[in-house]
Each structure stands twice: as structure tokens, then as C-alpha cells.
Design a protein around this ligand. Structure first.
Ligand SMILES: [Zn+2]
Ligand SMILES: [Zn+2]
Length: 359
């Protein structure tokens, strides 16, 4: 079934990345099953974002439509579908090249005649960090709603204590061959057997928790460590924290997209932190000590006599850490003369004296 990912996300075909992301976040929030939303709608929204939120996949979708991402047609309900699941594998010589090309595009090392390891879907989440958390790193607990191996049947799909037989539909292979008409002509595609959900085995009595799929969707908290020094827009990959594939296999990965909140006074420039500080012009003129706020607290800085307005002062190693090396960038403060607006009589008199001297 062709899906219109644009209308699912409620954006136009010309929407930019930002609009797509904004709309996704709003809808995902609104339809989250934990908040009483519809799980299938939530799944559609996620699926649409997996495609439209990725430049390359979006391009492919614009060109070929959602057929390029479907399970060769049928798609087992609630099975390995997941997020659009690039769960197809072209068979037959004529499509060897295409298979390679698509394999490259979607990263499922298909290769000619190669057997693909069964993997769960990757998932992507957004995490908001304060400026401080981004500098020093943070431990975050994420609530993920994802497909996990069923605990009740340990992924076997059978009610514990009941018999398991070879699936008659697929002869134990877990896949059946299906002829699909596509824009490239008729293709033989191997699709997951719907009877055994790809396991090749069929339970005499299906698991009462997962309905025989061996996996089911549930919410679980996952703790992750955000390394010090991450920047806005960074993508962290957490291996094996994605979705579990139906029928056993390696779990997908979790991708964490980092968003860093703006700081009221600090800005990031590479690994330096930059700020601006207004100080009395008398300090610039005759020198003095000032206290510069840095991410590590106030630092005493000696201002030399005759420092020009706009001077940059570098406070070493109070910036952003470089990876795990422990070394840090600098804090750079720009000193600007604070021209007083309200003066006491006495101050005014002193300044007048100064002016008379030609300053
Ligand atoms: Zn089967
Ligand atoms: Zn189960």
C-alpha cells in the first residue's frame, strides 16, 4: 500500500528539514501511546519521519514512493515492519546490480546472492541538553517505545511448556517467494512467512503475550552516557539499543540526535566558549582585576592599564573538552566599555574634571 509520508506528517512536499522535524515532534508527542495515543498512528508517524527526516531516504521516496521501503508487498502485521523496515531482499540474477545499489543506499549489505543477517530496525530519538550538559557530558534516561524480544516466551513465540513444530507454509525457511509487480518489471522477492512470522517454526499454542511474534512493543527506560563536548546536531550511535527483529537476530542500533539549548551569555565557537563582558571604562583606562564568569565559575582576570575597548582575553582550558583526551578549549571574553547612564553628582563632577584635562 502506497503511503503518503508527507500527509502523515502534515507537511508539504517542499517542506524543509526543520519543518519536517518540528511537525514530527509535535505529532509524536500528541500520538504517543503512553499518552493515550493510537499506536498504529504513532508507528506511521515514526515511519514517515524515518524516511523524510533522512536526506537520502527522502530523495529515494520522492523518486520511487513508499514502495521502495515496503516489505515486498504484504508486510506481516506488527511483525518486522517496524519503521518501514528495509526488509526486502531481491533475488534472481537480473536484479543483482539493483540489489547492490539499493544495498548501498540503505546500508543493508545485500550484495549479490549474499545472505543478510537478520537485524532489528534502528531507531532515532532526540535529546535536549543544557549548554552545561553538552560541555561536561550527562547521563540521560530515555523512555523508548520499541519492539523488544518477548520476555514471556523468550522470543520463541510459543506459550512456555507447549510444543513447537516446523512451519508447513514455508517448510521451515521462514521466507516465502512472492512475485511482485514493480516499476522495474516483475520481481521475485523473498518475503517473511506470515504464518510463522519468519521463524520457520510454529507453536502449537502461540504465546499469549506477543501473539506468537516473539517480539512486542513496549516502553522501557534506557540509560545512556552523553560524552563531554558534544555539539548541537551531533548524532550518537548506541549499538544494540534499537529494535529486536522478529524471529531472533541482532537488535538494531539507537541513534541519539543531540540538541543543545542556547546559553544566556555563553556561545560555542569550535571548542572555545565565547562571552562578552561590560566593565567600567575606568578599569580599561587604568587597569584592575575583574571576575569573569566561565562555565567553571568566576575567574579573576587582571586587566592591564590602557586596554582598548573590544579587547579579547583568553582564559586557558575553560572551554569545551576535546573528546576523551581531557584537554579543553579556552574561554574567550570580549571586554567592552560600560558607559554609565546614571551618575551621582560626585561622579559627574569628577568626570567633568577629567574632561577638562582633555580625556
Ligand atoms: Zn513459515
Ligand atoms: Zn511471547
Amino acid at each position: 500500500m502506497a503511503k503518503d509520508y508527507y500527509s502523515i506528517l502534515g507537511v508539504s512536499k517542499s517542506a524543509n528539514d526543520d519543518e519536517i522535524k518540528k511537525s514530527f515532534r509535535r505529532l509524536a508527542h500528541e500520538h504517543h501511546p503512553d499518552k493515550g495515543g493510537d499506536a498504529s498512528k504513532f508507528k506511521d508517524i515514526n515511519e514517515a519521519y524515518q524516511i523524510l527526516g533522512d536526506k537520502q531516504k527522502r530523495q529515494t521516496y520522492d523518486q520511487f514512493g513508499s514502495a521502495a521501503f515496503e516489505n515486498g508487498g504484504g508486510g506481516a502485521p506488527g511483525g518486522s515492519g517496524g519503521f518501514g523496515g528495509f526488509d526486502f531482499n531481491f533475488q534472481g540474477q537480473d536484479f543483482g546490480d539493483l540489489n547492490d545499489v539499493l544495498g548501498e543506499m540503505f546500508g543493508f549489505g545485500g550484495g549479490r546472492g549474499g545472505r543478510r543477517e537478520k537485524r532489528g530496525q534502528n531507531i532515532e530519538v532526540d535529546v535536549e541538553l543544557s549548554f552545561r550538559e553538552a560541555v561536561f557530558g550527562a547521563d540521560k534516561t530515555l523512555k523508548l517505545y520499541r519492539q523488544l524480544t518477548c520476555e514471556h516466551c523468550k522470543g520463541e513465540g510459543a506459550e512456555p511448556g507447549t510444543k513447537v513444530n516446523e512451519c508447513k507454509t514455508c517448510g521451515g525457511k521462514g521466507q516465502v517467494t512472492q512475485a511482485t509487480r514493480t516499476m522495474f518489471g516483475t520481481m521475485q522477492t523473498a518475503v517473511q512467512c506470515k504464518d510463522c512470522h519468519g521463524r520457520g517454526k510454529k507453536a502449537e499454542k502461540e504465546c499469549t503475550v506477543c501473539g506468537g511474534h516473539g517480539v512486542h512493543r513496549r516502553e522501557q527506560s534506557v540509560s545512556i552516557r552523553i560524552p563531554a563536548g558534544v555539539d548541537d546536531g551531533a548524532m550518537l550511535q548506541v549499538s544494540g539499543e534499537g529494535e529486536a527483529p522478529a524471529g531472533g537476530g541482532r537488535a538494531g542500533d539507537l541513534f541519539v540526535r543531540i540538541h543543545v539549548e542556547q546559553h544566556p551569555t555563553f556561545e560555542r565557537n569550535g571548542n572555545d566558549i565565547v562571552s562578552e563582558m561590560a566593565i567600567p571604562f575606568s578599569v580599561l583606562a587604568i587597569g584592575g582585576t575583574i571576575h569573569v564568569p566561565t562555565i567553571d565559575g568566576d575567574e579573576s582576570v587582571r586587566v592591564a592599564e590602557g586596554t582598548p575597548d573590544g579587547t579579547l582575553i583568553t582564559i586557558r582550558a575553560k572551554g569545551i573538552p576535546y573528546g576523551r583526551s581531557g584537554t579543553r578549549g579556552n574561554h574567550i571574553v570580549r571586554l567592552v566599555a560600560d558607559v554609565p547612564r546614571k551618575l551621582s553628582k560626585e561622579q559627574k563632577a569628577l568626570l567633568e574634571q577629567l574632561r577638562n584635562t582633555g580625556l
